[in-house]
Design a binder for this molecule. Structure first.
Ligand SMILES: O=P(O)(O)O[C@@H]1[C@H](O)[C@H](OP(=O)(O)O)[C@@H](O)[C@H](O)[C@H]1O
Ligand SMILES: [Zn+2]
Ligand SMILES: [Zn+2]
Length: 225
């Protein structure tokens, strides 16, 4: 965990360096991969990115926004659950009020509008639409929505389900029988029903992670030619 966090920090430093004049897309996508693989906690990652948005250098602040934009586009609910909160949206609204960089202000308005559209059917992220509405009443002019900006890659690992019994064998969880989650389907299992591991390239997970019996079989079944 700590090795990955320092790796994350190094990549974020590189992607938002004030020596850069152009975005470092390969590094930005490496940052997304670290988050998608679970190598760095979304809360930590977004906290570190947010700090960059207040950088006195307009390039660094803007590159921080490009990292944020890419994380929201590529890392799915792991990131949405953090960005779509009232607290995070309030901080972005505050940034628009306080930043002296017009490019940063314009980019934040563009992102809030795109996310409000992308999350229009997700009550869970209501705070985004609420923030958009509040800022419109405050007189902020939002750019024309580009629907392409609101398209997110759906191929991210599913949210983890909860439950008191194993999804496969129905054994009751307790002090001895511990819960585990399959990273492929997100369901909750006992240790015996989720003892195998697999990489999940379709979700950008290149390391071996815990999967259930059913997912293991479907991932590793010989393709019928
Ligand atoms: O060991 P515990 O204290 O019970 O905690 C469980 C482990 O963290 C499991 O991780 P794993 O799936 O990687 O095993 C996780 O899937 C469960 O939700 C947690 O309850
Ligand atoms: Zn089981
Ligand atoms: Zn599974």
């Amino acid at each position: 965990m700590f090795r990955s966090t320092s790796n994350f920090d190094k990549l974020l430093e590189k992607a938002t360096s004030n020596l850069r004049l152009e975005p470092d897309w390969p590094t930005i996508l490496q940052i997304c991969d670290l988050i998608r693989q679970g190598d760095v906690q979304p809360k930590y990652a977004l906290g570190a990115v947010k700090k960059k948005l207040y950088n006195a250098n307009p390039h660094s602040a803007m590159f921080g926004l490009l990292v944020l934009e890419s994380c929201v586009k590529n890392c799915g609910h792991l990131i949405h659950d953090e960005v779509g909160t009232k607290q995070y949206m309030e901080q972005l609204r505050e940034l628009v009020k306080t930043t002296s960089h017009d490019n940063v202000k314009a980019k934040v308005l563009e992102l809030i509008q795109a996310w409000a559209y992308a999350f229009r059917n997700s009550p869970k992220y209501r705070a985004v639409q609420d923030t958009l509405n509040i800022m419109k009443t405050e007189g902020y002019k939002f750019p024309t929505l580009k629907e392409s900006d609101a398209m997110f890659s759906a191929d991210t690992a599913p949210e983890w389900a909860d439950g008191d019994v194993c999804h496969r064998c129905r054994v009751q969880f307790g002090m001895v029988q511990r819960k585990h989650h399959c990273r492929a389907c997100g369901q909750v299992f006992c240790g015996q029903c989720s003892s195998k591991t697999s990489t999940l390239p379709k979700f950008g997970i290149e390391k071996e992670v815990r999967v259930c019996e059913a997912c293991y079989d479907s991932i590793n079944k010989p393709t019928t030619t």
